[in-house]
Design a protein around this ligand. Sequence first.
Ligand code: AMP
Length: 193
Amino acid sequence: MRLILLGPPGAGKGTQAQRLVARYDIVQLSTGDMLRAAVAAGTPVGKRAQEIMARGDLVPDDVMVEIIADRLGQPDVANGFILDGFPRTVAQAEALDELLEKLGLNLDAVVEMAVDEEELIARIVNRAKETGGARADDNEATARRRFAVYTEQTAPVSGYYEGKGMLSTVDGMGTMDEVAAAIEGALTEATAA
Ligand code: AMP
């Protein structure tokens, strides 16, 4: 199973991705996690990304494509993967298509979690409180910035996959179990098609 999970910040992509990892025995490729690890390790990419992430802006496409190209070349993706947080721009989606073609792989599904902006901002602010502000980008101003960036730069990615007839949209506002069931249904449909 190779799939992309799309949805705005705070939609619970990470949580749903973890469930899918267990369900399908695949790996979760979270570019946000990879960048946070790079920041923590103080690598050149991490140094470049740190301030951009703190503002809630996007790390440049060329940096992201290189990170994901490197990751997709590793042996543990052989049984499949779930992309969480990538692609975030149409340029990244196009680069991913090229990359997958080179690797001789195709995507099984692109699932988008549809959500309500105000409730999402509240969730993000809550998460910041619960984690004691462990994520520098989890405050309200940054949350709003991240949402605006999503609307401007990432929402068109849904259109990109819709145009290819690959997009499944699920209601992302239910409980974790309800959303998981909706995703499962979308995957069953997409893989049967
Ligand atoms: P996330 O954990 O997916 O919400 O990502 C946290 C932050 O990392 C984002 O707000 C961006 O600054 C950066 N980031 C993660 N993935 C990407 C991506 N595919 N392209 C650009 N920036 C990214």
